[in-house]
Ligand binder design. Sequence first.
Ligand code: PEP
Ligand code: MG
Length: 888
Amino acid sequence: MEVKERTGVKYIYEFSEGSAKMRDLLGGKGANLAEMWRIGLPVPPGFIITTEGCREYQREGSKWLDSIWPDVVEAMRRLEKATGKTFGGGDNPLLVSVRSGAPVSMPGMMDTILNLGLNDETVKALAIASGDERFAYDSYRRFIQMFSNVVLGISSERFESILSDAKKKLSLQYDNQIPASAWKDIISAFKEVVKEETGNPFPMDPWVQLKQAIEAVFKSWNTKRAITYRRINNISDDLGTAVNVVTMVFGNLGDDCGTGVCFTRDPSTGEKGLYGEFLTNAQGEDVVAGIRTPQPISDLKKVMPEIYDELLKVADLLERHYKDMQDIEFTVEKGKLYILQTRNGKRTAKASVKIAADMAEEGLIDERTAVSRVTPYQVEQLLHPQVDQDADLKELAKGLPASPGAAVGKVVFEADEAEELGEAGEAVILVRPETTPDDIHGLYRAQGILTSRGGMTSHAAVVARGMGKPCVAGCESIVIDLEKEQFVAGDVVVKKGDVITIDGTRGLVFLGHAPLVQPSFDEDFKKLLDMADKCAKLEVWANADTPEDARRAREFGAKGIGLCRTEHMFMQPERLPIMQEMVVARTREERVKALDKLEVMQKEDFVGIFEAMDGLPVTIRLLDPPLHEFLPKKADLLSRLEELKKEGKGDSEEAREILSVLARVDALHEANPMLGFRGCRLGIVYPEIYEMQVRAIFEAACDVIEKGKVVKAKVMMPLVGTEEEMRRLKELTDKVADEIMKKRKKEFSYEVGSMVEVPRAAVASDEVAKHAEFFSFGTNDLTQTTFGYSRDDAEGKFLAEYIRLGVLPDNPFHTLDRKGVGRLMAIAVEEAKKVREDIELGICGEHGGDPMSIAFCHSIGLDYVSCSPFRVPVARLSAAHAALNLLK
Ligand code: PEP
Ligand code: MG
C-alpha cells in the first residue's frame, strides 16, 4: 500500500505528475523536469521526493525514510520498466543521479551524486554494454569518490592524492588518459580509504547506496554553508529541498552517442537558429574540460540528421512554451535524444534587443513584454564603445562615471594640443584638472576627457555628455603636473603621448589600449524603442545647442528640444571676442552695438535648429551664466600689462584698454557666481540682452516658416524665483514678438515658460505659473540650491566621501533626490496646476537621462524628460519601464 493511502500525503511524484507551477513542492529542478516532460520533451525518466518529505525527514530522521521506502522501491521499479534496464544487476544496469533541488536556486550549496547503482558487478556489465572498459571504471571511481565525500563525509583530498600519485607514476597528464587497468588499482585504493575512514567496506548494495544518498541530500539542507547561504539571501529554512532521482544517460557509449549544449538563438547576435556545439561519443564533462574541441551544432545535421531535426523541433517547442531564448543541454544515448536541462539563455545587450524585437514581431510575446526584456543599462552599453568586461586589465585610477563609453588615446594636457593632434587624425585623451569654456576646441577634437576635479555636472561632464564622448571626471587619485606634462596614479607615471583607456561608463582609467566592444543603433533597436514609446507616458526630448545636435536627437527619436543653452553659442572661438565686447561695454549703446553683431549669429543658429526640428517643439533658454565667465582671464591681462610696462608702453592705448577691462573684471567679480548675477537677473537688469535673443528667435522662426516648415518656438527663462521676474520677462517677450509680427507681417505662435531651478520658484509655482505657459525643472541648479551644495565643488570634494560613509545613498546630481528635490518638484506641479491646469511640465537637468530619476518624473506626472541626444534611447526605454512599473 502506498504511503499516500496510509497517511494521505503524497511524497513521491513522477515527472508526469508535476509541472512548473509546483516549484514549492518539487523544487526548482524537479518542477522544470516535470514541465519539460509535460510538454512532451524527451527527458530521462525519473521521480522527485518532495520538499515536504525533507521537512518530515528533518523532524523524524531515518524513521520517516523507512516508512516511505516501499514507495521509493516502487518508483525505481517503474524506472526499470521505462528504461529496460535493471537496478543493481543484469546486462544493462540502471544507474541514477541523486540531486538536491530547492524551490529557490542555491547554486553549489547542496550535493549531487552521479552514477549511483555501480558496484563490482554492475561495472563489468557497463563495460560490456558500453564496449568501453576505461569509461566504465572511470565512472565507477567517480561514483565512489562522490558518494564517499557526500554520504560518508570523507575528504576529497584523500582520493585526489591517490589519483595524482597514479598519474605521476604513469607519467600522464589528464584523467582520461588513465587506462582501465590503472583505474581498477585506483578503485581498490579508494575502497581501502573508505574502510580505513569508516571501518566498513564501501556499500555494494545499490539499494543501500540509494537510501544513504537520499538521506545525504536531505541532510545537506542543514550544512553550515547552506544555512549561511540562506541567511545571506534571505531564504527561509523551512523551504526544504526536494530530491531528484533521474536515470543516467551516457553520451559516450559509441558513435551513435554524443552530448552538447545549444541556444535557440545566437546569444551574441540574437540571430534566430540553433547555435551551440556538441561532441560525439563524449560526456558533458569532456565539453567543459576542453580536452576535445567540440564541433559546431550545424555539423550535427551531417553526423546525426534525425537527431538534428528533433533538436530543431525541441528548440521551437521550448521557445513557444517558455517564450524566451533557451539554453539547452542534451545528450544522445544510442541514437536517442535526451533533454537534460533548459533555461532562459544568457545573452549580450545586442542579442537582448534583437531577440525581444524579433519575438514581438513573430507574435511570440507582446510588445510590452519585449520592452521589459531589455534594461536601460543594456541600451546604454549599445550606444557607446565599451571596454570589454572580460578583458583582464589593470586599473590605473577610479573617478566619476561622468559620460558613458570607452575611449583610447594618447594623453595630452592642453586643449590646443588636443585640437592640433585631433585634427591630424590622432586619437587623444585630454587630461586636465578641470575644463573651462576655453577648452571647448580641445574637447571637440579629443576622443575622451579625464579630469582630476569636478563632478557629474562639471563643465567637462556636461559638455562630454552633450558630445557623446566618454568622460571620467573628479578622478582625485591622479596627480596632474601640467609643467612636467605628466600625471601620477599610485606608483605609475603617465607622460604626454602615453596611451590610456578611459571607461566613462564605470569611471575607470587603464594604462594602454584596452580591448573595446563597438556600439550599434540598428533597425532592431529602433523597432524596440518604437514599442517602448507606445508603453511610455513621458515623452523624451533632447538638450541640444546646435543644428547637428538637433538632427542627432531626432535620429535617436527625440520628440522635441527641451533645452537649448544659448550661452554655448557665445562660447565658440569666433564669437567670444564679440561677447567680451558686450560684457565690457560701459554704456547701453556700446552693449547694443555688440549685441547687434551677436544677433546675426544667434539667428543663424536658431534657423538651423528650427529647420532640423521641423514640426517639433524647440525650447530655447535665454542667457544664463554669470557675465564674468565671458571675460578675459585676469592673470592674462595682468601679465600683458606687465609686458607693456616693461616695453615702456604703460601709457599706451592698449594698456589703458586693459586697465579698463580689468576694472570691469573686478566690478563683475562675485564671491559666489552660481548664486549671483546670472540667469534671468541678467535679462531683467540688461533687458537689451534678452530682447536681442528673443528677436533672433522670432526672426529665425519667420525665416523658417517662410520656407514652409513648422516652427514651435518656446522661450524659456532661467533661474526665475518670483512672479514679478516672470511677469516682466513674459511682457518683454510678447513685446518683441509683436514688433516682429508687425515688421514681418506674419503671425506665429510661441510659448513663454520658466525653468524651475530655485526652491522659491517651486514652492511659489502658483504665482510664477500665472505668467508661464510651461515649466521645465532645472534639477542641476535645483539640487544645488536645495542641498546648498555647490555643483562645481561638492562632487570633487566631499560627496564621494559622503556616499562611501553612507551619509547619502547616491550622488544627488546623478540620481534625483526624491525626498528633498523631488518633494519640491511635486509641490511645484501641484501648485502650478491650481492656476494653470494644462501647464506643460518637463525636466531638463542632467537627471532627465537617468533611469531612476525618469521613473520619478513619471510618478509626478511630467509630460516629458529632456536629456543629451546620446541618452535619448536610454531615456525612451526608461520612460517605458517607468510606465510598466519596472523601475522602482
Ligand atoms: C539645470 O540647472 O538643471 C539646467 C538644466 O541648467 P544648467 O545646467 O545650464 O544650469
Ligand atoms: Mg540651471
